[in-house]
Design a protein around this ligand. Structure first.
Ligand code: AHR
Length: 511
């Protein structure tokens, strides 16, 4: 009884300690009401390190096999993920980006210094046309981050006109001159990025006024409809969200939130690959804290927007470790099974809050922070995080099924959290998918899954695990952490019986 109570106090009423050695998940298959916004599985690409240059864009004359300058291996791998939305060009870079530098004949484009990221020379060979073409090739929605920190209102207004106007307008004609007759569709527009920091060091009141001004001139041209996203808070800055919702909540469609699983902003952030069990558990605790952070921002939004009109857009999230030793590419880090857990746990949480969380963009897509893909010249490797996105993509656009979990707890630095994380959804074809993570690095979990009278015939699954929690894929050993068929689930009278090995992430399909 004591054990149960302690767990209830620490974990909230949904999670109880298992009393029998068998954990229990109850999936309320008959109670699903919210569709999981597919944009929760969004990505972010910044002009930072080798994310764009080298990672995605190599130019038409590169010896690396490419299609019109985009490297084929990366394109093909990204297509598999069915990316719903891609945020660009930053990040901090966005508030120093002047889009006119990046249009027209490439040889005539001006160069700039990328002051946020090591002062490297940016030749602007990847600009607006290249970004929108990439989105078309990937079949995803573009999400533009507009320059409010150092750009003018006119500049941002003209960018929208260049992209979306179909008429005989000056910017539409400039686009035509640059080889694109038809306008692109642009839905998501970020009005600044981290305006409390690299985006201008503003106060929330000052930014609110700027938001009014900049967003006024970002017009809806020729049937295009912008979904305007205010530059939101970092982590625990509830005051920022409160002030923006109060001042301009009625003028925005979304407000962003950034949350990194990071040790701190000063000093070492820890190695991506050399860590022990207590570092691992700390990481899980920090990652799971996002649930409380999201809940608190949502509570503020509920106060000012009870009709749930404004979306919470977690447009930067993921792990942030020390740069890989020996790498000359800013924010380039390896990606281990531990990172895969951060992805799995976080996506389960976003699914749960999908009613308000309308988009999330992991930072970042290639070669930066918690990347899907790492490249080195012509070499490419898929990370454990890539495989989590691949296993979880079945949730996109499916109906979230609420669930309760009774399981063991784990402890790190006095923080207690459930050893099991899970999410379930029902897709348009009626298939149920369950994603499960056993966070315990040492102990397998036997789990009974109750499906609330839903009859199923069969179950199949995929598992992502490795011998050790610090395992990772390299160019020479790309298969250290890859998904395999999972056979540890069987249909029983009340639902399913599943044995999840220690430190394993599982995706199940029920028929
Ligand atoms: O993703 C890296 C950086 O983190 C982004 O440029 C910035 O918005 C955030 O601080």
């Amino acid at each position: 009884m004591k054990k149960i109570l302690l767990s209830v106090l620490l974990m909230g009423s949904m999670t109880l300690s298992a009393q029998t050695g068998v954990s229990k998940i109850t999936i309320h298959a008959d109670q699903g009401k919210n569709v999981i916004n597919k944009e929760i599985y969004g990505q972010f690409a910044e002009h930072l390190g080798t994310c764009i240059y080298g990672g995605i864009w190599v130019g038409e004359n590169s010896p690396i096999p490419n299609t019109k300058g985009y490297r084929n291996d990366v394109l093909n791998a990204l297509k598999e993920l069915q990316i719903p939305v891609l945020r660009w060009p930053g990040g901090c870079f966005a508030d120093e980006y002047h889009w006119m530098d990046g249009i027209g004949p490439r040889e005539k484009r001006s160069t700039i210094s990328n002051n946020n990221w090591g002062g490297v020379i940016e030749d602007n060979s990847f600009g607006t046309n290249e970004f929108f073409n990439l989105c078309e090739m990937l079949g995803c929605e573009p999400y533009l981050s507009g320059n409010v920190g150092s750009g003018t209102v006119e500049e941002l207004a003209k960018w929208i006109e260049y992209i979306t106007s179909a008429g005989n307008s000056p910017m539409a004609n400039l686009r035509r001159q640059n080889g694109r007759e038809k306008p692109w569709k642009l839905k998501y527009l970020g009005v600044g990025n981290e305006s409390w920091g690299c985006g201008g060091n503003m106060t929330p009141d000052y930014y609110s006024d700027l938001y009014r001004r900049y967003s006024t001139y970002c017009r809806d041209y020729d049937g295009n409809r912008l979904f305007k996203i205010a530059s939101g808070a970092s982590d625990y800055d509830y005051h920022w969200t409160e002030t923006l919702m109060k001042n301009v909540g009625d003028r925005m469609q979304g407000i962003s939130l950034h949350y990194y699983t990071v040790k701190g902003w000063n000093g070492s952030k820890g190695s991506a690959t050399k860590f022990d069990k207590s570092d691992y558990l700390w990481t899980m605790g920090k990652c799971l804290e996002i649930e409380d952070v999201v809940k608190k921002h949502i509570a503020i939004m509920d106060k000012y927007d009870p009709k749930n009109r404004v979306g919470l857009m977690v447009d930067e999230w993921g792990t942030w470790w020390d740069q890989e030793p020996g790498s000359h590419s800013a924010l380039y880090q390896q990606n281990s099974l531990r990172d895969a857990f951060v992805a799995a746990l976080t996506l389960n949480i976003f699914n749960k809050y999908t009613e308000r969380v309308k988009m999330a963009n992991i930072a970042q897509i290639v070669n930066v922070l918690q990347a899907m893909i790492l490249t080195d010249g012509p070499k490419m490797v898929l990370t454990p995080t890539y495989y989590v996105f691949d296993m979880y993509k079945v949730h996109m656009g499916a109906t979230n099924l609420p669930l309760d979990i009774q399981c063991d707890s784990l402890v790190s630095n006095n923080k207690k959290f459930a050893a099991i994380s899970a999410s379930a959804s029902k897709d348009a074809k009626g298939l149920i998918h369950i994603t499960l993570a056993n966070v315990d690095p040492d102990k397998e979990q036997k789990i009974d899954i109750d499906l609330a009278n839903l009859k199923i015939k069969s179950v199949s699954g995929t598992i992502l695990t490795a011998k050790t929690i610090d395992a990772y894929n390299t160019f020479d050993n790309p298969k250290a952490v890859v998904p395999e068929a999972f056979t540890g689930a069987k249909v029983i009278k009340s639902g399913l019986s599943v044995t999840v090995p220690a430190k394993a992430i599982i995706s199940l399909e029920l028929m």
